[in-house]
Every structure is written in C-alpha cells, then in structure tokens.
Design a protein around this ligand. Structure first.
Ligand code: AKG
Ligand code: FE2
Length: 310
C-alpha cells in the first residue's frame, strides 16, 4: 500500500493571477509544493518554475497506467536480454543485476520505440501544456537525442546504479549540439513512492540561471556526490510528473535501504526544439555516451568478477 500525498496546492482562485502577483506568491511557497496539471500551465506554476527551475505535478498517470508502463518495460527488457541487444540507435543499454542476482535493465534510451503502448502514452493530450511550456513548436523526440529514457536504480550488490552523482543535463546537449543549451526542460514520470529519506531526486533550486561556467564546472559531472547545503529533495508518489530545467545541478542519492526496498524507477520524455535529427539502427555511439558506457562497463566487469568469485 502506498500512502496518499498531501493535496496539491489549491489554485482554483488563482488562474488569472498577474505575473507580478504570481511571482510574489511563488516566492512564499514551500519547495515541497505539488501542483495539478490542467489544460494550461497556470501563472503560479510558471512563476514557481522560473524561480526554482522545477515543478512537481500530482499523479499525472493513474495507478493502472503506472502498472502498465512497468509491465511494458519488463516485456522490453526480456526481449533485449533474449536478443542480446547492447545498444539502441547508438545509445548503450545498461544492464546490472537485480537484488535476486538476475540480469536487470538499469537504463535504456528509445524505450517508446519498442512499446506501442508507451509511444501512445507519451503523446497523450494531457501532456500538451507541458509541451507548450517548452515551446509552441516543441515536439516529443521519440527517435531523437536519447529518446524516452527509462531508469531503474537499486541499492544491491550487482547494481550498476544505486545513484546518479551531481550533474546538469546541459553537458549532454553541449556534446549533442556543440553549444550551451538555452532553457531546457526535462520531463520525468516517477513510478515509486519515494520519501526524502529514500534514494530520491535532489535538485539545487534556482541554479538553472547560473553562468555557463558554473553549469559546466562548479561540481564534477557524475563524480561529485556530496550533499549540498542548498539541495532540495523531491518527494514522489507513483504517477507524479516532474519538470526540471536541465541546466540546474541535480542528482539521485543512494537509498539507505538495500534490496528491493531501495527500488526507484523514472522515465524521461525528450521534448525537442532543435532541427529534426532522428536516429536509427545505423547511428553511431557518440563520444559522450562512449565515455559513460566505458565507465559503466568497467564497473560491470568488476562486478561480474566479484560475483563469480563470491
Ligand atoms: O532518475 C531521475 O529522476 C533523474 C535522472 C537524471 O537526472 C538523468 O538521467 O539525467
Ligand atoms: Fe539528469
């Protein structure tokens, strides 16, 4: 049984708020505020996003949708294992071991290309205001960048990914586009009940407007893992949707639990405004991905050795 979240912030009287009033109110809201996704992004939601660099929307996917997506990912995982697929459209697929010692998908790109259900889900009308938030001409890049990315984290012996150290998502775009990105929003769906004490998503509010230098160098991407005095832990319930500015530093902390109790799953949907650049089975793995794939695989080999010895 998952507990229920506190009610989302009541905006029923606030839809016509002037930007200055919205800005003032956003400054008073707690970082833990949860919003309702409606047909339009409200002035208060826009002001909170502008101020902090992120938004949490209360359970945008139903329990049934959450369960169906998770089952689809298991189906895709079984197919990838059976066919020994190691990359999809040039993006490496990372497998570790689950707490039962079985080969287990930990990160894959282009998930929706292998699932008709998922492909339909990410294009559902309810996400239209999120798309417009990114840009009137934004599109869902199911075959661009890394496509729809599915992540699984677990704190267990064979896990490749109990956590994800501090990073900005801007770095990847620097590699992809060879320039600093402008405002970039990452849209994530969350599948587990994660309290601030668990292995949750952690952000540095307000850091989306930092200088390019600070974006790239104020911490070491994917290495620095120390808590930051200004960090905010994002609490989620299954079906929650988060939007975060990819220029902001963020991380996923290791769960204090081990085994299945430490499980966390997230899915990121790419909204793209750049020139259309689809990938396919002929796309080569780029330098950024080769580097991280190398690090991850080195970790895997060590793990496999350790498991064989143990
Ligand atoms: O799992 C998450 O919520 C965050 C993932 C993330 O930041 C990333 O893949 O860049
Ligand atoms: Fe990220």
């Amino acid at each position: 049984m998952t507990d229920l979240p506190p009610p989302a912030y009541d905006e029923s009287e606030l839809f016509e708020l002037a930007p200055s009033a919205a800005e003032a109110l956003a400054a008073e809201l707690p970082y833990s505020v949860r919003f309702t996704l409606r047909g339009e992004i409200t002035p208060l939601q826009q002001a909170f996003l502008d101020r902090t660099g992120y938004l949490v929307f209360d359970r945008v996917a139903s329990t049934e949708e959450v369960d169906t997506i998770l089952a689809e990912v298991e189906r895709v995982e079984a197919k990838l294992i059976e066919e020994e697929t190691r990359t999809l459209f040039g993006v490496p697929i990372w497998f570790g071991r689950n707490p039962d010692g079985k080969r287990w998908l930990q990160r894959m790109g282009f998930t929706s290309v292998l699932s008709e259900y998922l492909s339909g889900f990410v294009k559902h009308d309810r996400f239209e205001p999120v798309r417009r938030l990114i840009g009137d001409d934004a599109r869902i890049g199911e075959r661009e960048k890394d496509g729809v990315v599915f992540n699984r984290y677990v704190n267990a012996e064979g896990s490749l990914r109990p956590n994800l150290a501090w990073h900005t998502d801007a770095l990847r775009d620097v590699f992809y586009n060879r320039r600093m990105p402008g405002p970039m929003l990452n849209v994530g769906l969350h599948f587990d009940r994660i309290t601030p004490q668990d292995g949750c998503l952690i952000v540095l509010p307000g850091m989306h407007t930092q200088s390019a230098w600070s974006t790239l160098f104020s911490k070491i991407h994917f290495v620095t893992d120390k808590p930051d005095p200004n960090e905010v832990k994002v609490e989620t319930w299954p079906g929650d949707l988060t939007v975060h500015d990819g220029r902001m530093w963020h991380r996923v902390q290791t769960s204090p639990h081990t085994g299945w109790k430490s499980l966390r799953r997230s899915m990121y949907v790419p909204y793209v405004v750049d020139a259309y650049a689809p990938k396919d089975e002929h796309t080569k793995t780029n330098l950024y991905m080769r580097l991280f794939d190398w690090i991850i695989r080195r970790k895997t080999r060590r793990m496999e050795k350790w498991l064989l010895a143990g």
